[in-house]
Design a protein around this ligand. Structure first.
Ligand code: ADP
Ligand code: GLC
Length: 506
């Protein structure tokens, strides 16, 4: 059981890597809290226990969880739900994580149930109940000796935990705790029928003044209005979402709250993503010695059924298959890439029509295209390591972590100039003067496969120029995207909100 090291930074999130992850949200909740913990901040996370989707192997399995000696009551729309809380020291010992096991929430599967809005309201209410028990420990065996904790800030992520901010405002113990709401993806706002508000304990006045958007219930809108600070995961995306083009219909609101909106870029966990040590790779390498990368490349071709070919520019992609990621544009551009002698290796799952398009492409071009319809962390690492180029033709990209993993593994991103891709890749302008460039960043309309075609053409050209490729690789592998820097920005924001936390060294 943890003893408090000072006021607590409390995160609430649906995904926390390595326990459960469907995309970058999980990675952020893996990396940021660790960096905060290392900076001397008592950092805790509240998330769900989702059944088989919550993988506890990294902390020694379910038996490593300490279950609270009492159940907590979650009241929603007059119904009592009895929940259990399991806690564990996580994130290499830097963080305490509370896993909420509650009816409806813990039925297996992270998302995709028809009642997700209700399920995550349970997580949000549970978070407030857990936080309250930390502030005022109940008189229960093994618990009463705990010191009352002080919560410095409540930090909620994405629509799933938007209601934690609203419920905290209405809780006598938490109403004065400063709150931060981070937008990882504005495309998912937690929208439901207005009548749902009643089941989530949102009163008619609060619905009208906070959550109502074009007649519907919009959880993200409620959190944007209620939070003391709203952040998103890159400076460029923070600007973009205030425009009609990228604002997903909330741009007016985001311009209105501009005074409290900040862009803080994501980092990556450089310990877990390290090509000199990564146990998922068949060989290791560094910027100074790339022999292992060549081995990873031919092992990847072997593993995925691609022809062994040293010269074919090998383009990789690891992605959720959603329209955000431009998977359809890559399918459109693939035949020209293959005709020019390239290969393509893809890993991803999501929209069935995109999966089917890729499966057809792979069937039509055996030995040149490989597609794995799966979620596979090990294979993703082997693709980052074994590819020459990495495709990110995103229509929008709040930050993007995949391009940062690719660069760390010496693979050159080919990315559309949007969102965090602009902030995290130094663009190549001229292959005869690589300078500090670390990738290819191309401009183009979000729906235009022609722009991607042009960028891939250029990228293949760069691959054929050994000295340009080596210089790009060197720069890419030397970029510092570690969490420590981004964590400092968060800490300064917490301090601005009045939190009594250790001031980071500059
Ligand atoms: P997003 O959060 O929008 O999905 P990011 O680039 O921020 O995009 O993060 C995606 C994360 O999910 C990366 O860690 C990536 O490697 C991982 N990922 C996506 N799809 C898969 C998959 N099919 N198998 C393994 N990892 C995946
Ligand atoms: C979202 C975004 C992605 C970002 C991730 C983590 O899913 O699509 O760009 O990197 O969240 O913040």
């Amino acid at each position: 059981m943890p003893s408090s090291r000072g006021p607590i930074v409390l995160h609430v999130a649906a995904e926390v890597s390595p326990f459960h992850k469907s995309g970058g949200l999980g990675d952020v909740l893996g990396g940021l809290p660790t960096a905060l913990g290392r900076a001397g901040i008592d950092t805790r996370i509240i998330t769900g226990l989702f059944g088989a989707d919550t993988k506890l192997a990294s902390i020694g399995g379910r038996s490593a969880l300490v279950t609270w000696p009492f159940t907590i009551d979650i009241w929603l729309a007059g119904k009592r739900l009895e929940a259990r809380v399991h806690e564990a020291r996580t994130h290499g010992g830097e963080v305490t994580t509370y896993f909420l096991e509650a009816p409806h929430l813990s039925r297996g599967g992270l998302y995709g149930h028809g009642d997700d809005v209700y399920r995550f309201a349970i997580l949000a209410k549970g978070a407030v109940a857990i936080a309250s028990a930390l502030i005022r420990p109940p008189d229960a065996p093994g618990f009463a000796e705990r010191d009352p904790a002080e919560i410095a800030v409540l930090h909620a992520h994405d629509w799933h935990t938007a209601l934690a901010i609203y419920y905290a405002r209405r809780s006598p113990l938490l109403r004065r705790v400063p709150s931060i709401f981070t937008i990882h993806n504005l495309a998912f706002q937690g929208v439901a029928e207005p009548s749902t508000a009643h089941y989530l304990d949102i009163g008619p006045d609060d619905f009208r003044s906070g959550f109502e958007h074009h007649g519907a219930l919009n959880l993200m809108k409620g959190a944007i209005l209620a939070a003391d600070r709203v952040t998103t995961v890159s400076g460029n995306y923070a600007r973009e979402i205030q425009t009609a083009r990228y604002g997903q219909d909330l741009d007016g609101l985001l311009r209105h709250v501009d005074h409290k909106l900040r862009g803080i870029p994501n980092g990556i966990d450089v310990r877990s993503w390290d090509p000199t040590l990564d146990p998922a790779l068949p060989a290791h390498f560094s910027a100074n010695d790339l022999e292992g990368k060549a081995l990873c490349r031919s092992a990847l071709q072997f593993e995925t059924g691609l022809a062994q070919n040293e010269h074919a520019p090998l383009l990789g992609i690891v992605s959720r298959f959603s329209s955000q990621k431009g998977i359809d544009l890559l399918c459109d551009a693939a035949p020209a890439h293959l005709a020019a002698g390239g290969q393509l290796v893809a890993l991803g799952e999501g929209d069935a029509h995109l999966e089917d398009r890729f499966a057809r492409l792979a069937a039509r071009h055996r030995g040149a295209v490989s597609y794995s319809r799966a979620f596979d962390d090990g294979l993703s690492r082997r693709i980052y390591a074994g590819s020459d180029l990495f495709a990110m033709p995103s229509r929008f990209e709040p930050c993007g972590l995949a391009q940062m993993y690719a660069m760390r593994y010496g693979t050159i991103p080919v990315a559309r100039a949007t969102g965090g891709l602009v902030d995290t890749i130094y663009p190549l302008h001229n292959r005869y003067e690589v300078g500090g460039a670390s990738g290819i960043v191309y401009r183009g309309e979000p729906n235009d496969p022609g722009a991607l075609l042009g960028a891939l053409h250029w990228a293949r050209d760069v691959c054929s120029d050994r000295s340009a490729l080596e210089a790009l690789r060197w720069n890419a592998m030397h970029m510092d995207h570690s969490w420590d820097l981004s964590a400092k920005h968060y800490i300064h924001m917490y301090l601005d909100l009045g939190a009594d936390l250790p001031i980071p060294e500059t």
